[in-house]
Ligand binder design. Sequence first.
Ligand code: UGA
Length: 438
Amino acid sequence: MKQICVLGAGYVGLVTSACFADLGNNITCIDIDENKIETLNRGESPIFEPGLSEMMQRNIRAGRLHFTTSYAEGLKDAEFVFVAVGTPSGADGEAELKYVRMAAEGIAKAMQHPLIIINKSTVPVGTGDWVADIITKRQDHPIPFWVVSNPEFLREGSAIYDFMNPDRVVLGSLHPEAAEKVASLHRPLRTTIQITDLRTAEMIKYASNAFLATRISFINEIATICEELGADVKEVAIGMGHDKRIGPHFLDAGLGFGGSCFPKDVRALEHMALIHGAHPQLLRAVLDINKHQRRQAIVKLRAMLNGLRDRKIGMLGLAFKPNTDDMREAPSVDIARQLMREGALVQAYDPVAMAEAARELPDVRLVENAYEVAEGVDALMVITEWNEFRQLSMKRIKESMAGDVLIDGRNIYDPDRMARLGFRYAGVGRGPQHSNGG
Ligand code: UGA
């Protein structure tokens, strides 16, 4: 059993705390938000993540998981400190490091014995060195410490599974012995552990997210071309994915990527490149195509309805992807706001993001279920591909709508079947012969 402190009770911090506790370690998780710590100490998770509450409760009961606002308490017996604080996008795309700075200062003031400080937050390349510098300057008296970068690759919605079954663990440090100790914490996960230097580890995270975002924008660009040429991007992606060099994942064309990571990280990498004199034209194109996908859905709808004023539109799904209530940078937000700006009335349903939606989109009428979304609408849009939308009675949906337009922003329905049911169907990247029942 190792003594571990985790700084930050956000997504990554909570999952890291719960999973390391479940692996038998003793965890104290620190957050500056007192309300959050109270909620957590009652065993309640402030975020929706499958399996997280159960895992937290189990480990709180076993006495392996504690929450506090006090650095002194959190660091008292710790050998390892994981920093998992937020790094939101600043003004020009630059990652905002104020929480990382606060964490470094807090550690410097409270530490009483040597510590291995492991950064999990996605931070600009060079931040590890900067953190080491802050701690050295802020310590009252010199106590040894070692900084390790350990980028996180888990996805919202499958975070527990991803943590426990990683494709790899990346550790970067100027001190191989420290990295080796952190590696030993991860050995129970039985995966490849890559040990490299600090800056390279930081870069691996950005490069990975940017590459995945690039795959999505790539397939979305192919989708746009497919629409013009009468090909079906879903089949194209399957055909491409069989090539082992390409692989089948992250080739779903749709409304593009959202969430708290891809948009922010691609912007941050672009910014890093720019200020160091590089010319990140591919990254710029990735972001540009991503914006285009959202706009394009509205262009299609406007054309199919002959304008949007006073049209009633139903939206299925609001979260940025299924299995989360997160609406950060979600396509639903841009699309709903634009529709309303053009005079449309919007009603919507999401299986878990309703509370979030009420805050983000106060002018959208939120209804109880998918069938209610369809009632009396001129057009229905699939925004998030929740599984429960795949099994709807589309006949019933069609009958309750006033109009016949179906914009399938995630390609979850069969175009020919939808045409047979009487919908005017538009998916993403499914050319005309796939939208007229032919
Ligand atoms: C992403 C990465 O996948 C994680 O490895 C990483 O740890 C995380 O960011 C992070 O940096 O913290 P996440 O944002 O939770 O995870 O979600 P993903 O499942 O990767 O999806 C991101 C977006 O891409 C979603 O909006 C999704 O709808 C979209 N997407 C994904 C597509 O449009 N097409 C696809 O084929 C796949």
